[in-house]
Design a protein around this ligand. Structure first.
Ligand code: PYC
Length: 414
């Protein structure tokens, strides 16, 4: 047993260094208030401090760090999107992820696996070909492969899906597709932001936002009022509560998304396998568990309860692809909340309310954007202008009819 662990176990004072400082009272005023202590909010805080020298920043989290989408996703990282705007944005995120363990000096268990999007019909194959071509134009490693090539890399797969589902016609293969330890990403950003002087206040709920003459001037919380002229909302799932406080209309709707893990198995699946037609994605974690998820629940709801219906459906589709999993037990299941936009792209950047910034609409793909959303939102907060990578995602696109249709690159059919 490592000596440090033994010392920690025997110590009555638990003297092991803390990951984040214990925060005192809120100050009267901050340069920036970030609502939401998930990966996105914490990454924005980190980059504000380290790239732009803005440290008089408070991150307010009503629960605990990573309680929302950050700790509930299936930890997939990829950039094989359909639109040039989406693919360029997520590619910048993949590049940041590749060096993030070193940057944050924390092992994020970033593991490049290769990512398959299986096509079960000629129409789906055409979409995958389209994505591959857009990706190649942008220098992103993606290609269309045959069923035989799929089987070579994932020998356990049943290309006929047991005869219960349409067979596999081919796949989009994206070698840089990866998984990472999602909670570690949030902790890594929190630790570095805290060291740089950012305050992180957990159990601190925002109850209202003060707007005067079209500009933000403060935030009410369960611990008192804070003066500030800049507020970032990074609260996937609760965005509509926050936007109501400032009177901003968005087309967001909230749906639950469920996921589950199986008991740990010996390592056998070193790829990420996605089937949009079966509404399934699965990878094997470093602990050996199969991490699997499905499509959004098909109703608007703010609830994080998981259902038997989901477990049954997802397990059935896992067995369609991998019949040998019939005896494997489901260990646990959970749900998160997704704010969905009509075009399946995020809403980011400045808004018509001066000083109010949005990082929202992350649907089912927010985790993979964590580093680049943090960096681009920090730039936007620091300069007051949208970073060029996020210009297409401004909320104004819904009134200007400039949608960025990304539904074809969602992991599963929604
Ligand atoms: O977009 O890669 C994705 C994804 C995985 C799980 C849910 N969405």
């Amino acid at each position: 047993m490592p000596y440090r662990l033994l010392k920690f176990g025997l110590s009555s004072e638990y003297s092991e260094p803390r990951m984040f400082p214990v925060q005192g009272d809120l100050r009267d005023a901050y340069d920036v208030v970030i609502i939401g202590g998930g990966g996105h909010g914490l990454a924005a805080a980190h980059y504000l401090a380290t790239e732009f020298g803005i440290t008089n920043v408070a991150v307010l989290e009503k629960g605990y760090l990573g309680r929302g989408g950050t700790g509930r996703n299936t930890a997939i990282v990829r950039s094989n999107y359909l639109t040039p705007q989406g693919a360029s944005f997520y590619q910048a995120s993949v590049e940041l992820f590749q060096d993030l363990s070193r940057q944050l000096d924390l092992n994020l268990f970033y593991s490049e696996r290769g990512h398959f999007t299986l096509a079960h019909s000629p129409a789906s194959l055409r979409t995958q070909r389209w994505r591959a071509e857009v990706n190649k134009q942008l220098g992103i490693d993606s290609e269309l492969i045959t069923p035989e090539e799929v089987r070579k890399m994932v020998p356990e797969i049943d290309l006929q899906c047991g005869g219960h589902q349409p067979p596999i016609h081919g796949a989009l293969y994206h070698p840089p597709g990866a998984i990472a330890r999602h909670d570690a990403v949030a902790w890594g950003y929190a630790r570095r932001a805290g060291e740089a002087g950012v305050e992180i206040h957990q159990q601190t709920a925002v109850t209202d936002i003060e707007v005067r003459d079209g500009a933000v001037c403060g935030v009410h919380t369960n611990k008192g009022f804070i003066k500030t002229e800049k507020v970032l909302s990074a609260v996937a799932g609760w965005t509509t509560e926050i936007t109501q406080m400032v009177g901003l209309r968005t087309p967001l709707v909230i749906h639950p998304l469920q996921a589950m893990v199986t008991e740990p198995l010996k390592p056998w699946l070193d790829k990420i396998v996605v089937s949009a037609s079966l509404h399934l994605y699965v990878s094997q974690s470093s602990r050996g568990e199969l991490v699997a998820g499905a499509s959004l629940d098909p109703y608007e709801l703010i609830s994080m309860r998981s259902s038997l219906d989901f477990a049954e459906g997802t397990a059935g589709h896992l067995i369609d692809l991998f019949p040998m999993l019939g005896d494997v037990k489901v260990l646990r299941q959970w749900a998160g909340l997704c704010d969905m936009t009509p075009d399946f792209s995020p809403i980011m950047g400045t808004t018509p309310i001066r000083g109010f910034y949005l990082d929202a609409g992350w649907g089912t793909w927010g985790f993979k954007a964590t580093p680049i959303s943090g960096l681009t939102m920090a730039h936007t907060l620091a300069t007051g202008r949208d970073h060029e990578l996020i210009e297409p995602f401004n909320v104004s696109r819904f009134s200007d009819f400039q949608l960025v249709g990304e539904k074809g690159a969602a992991s599963v059919g929604h």
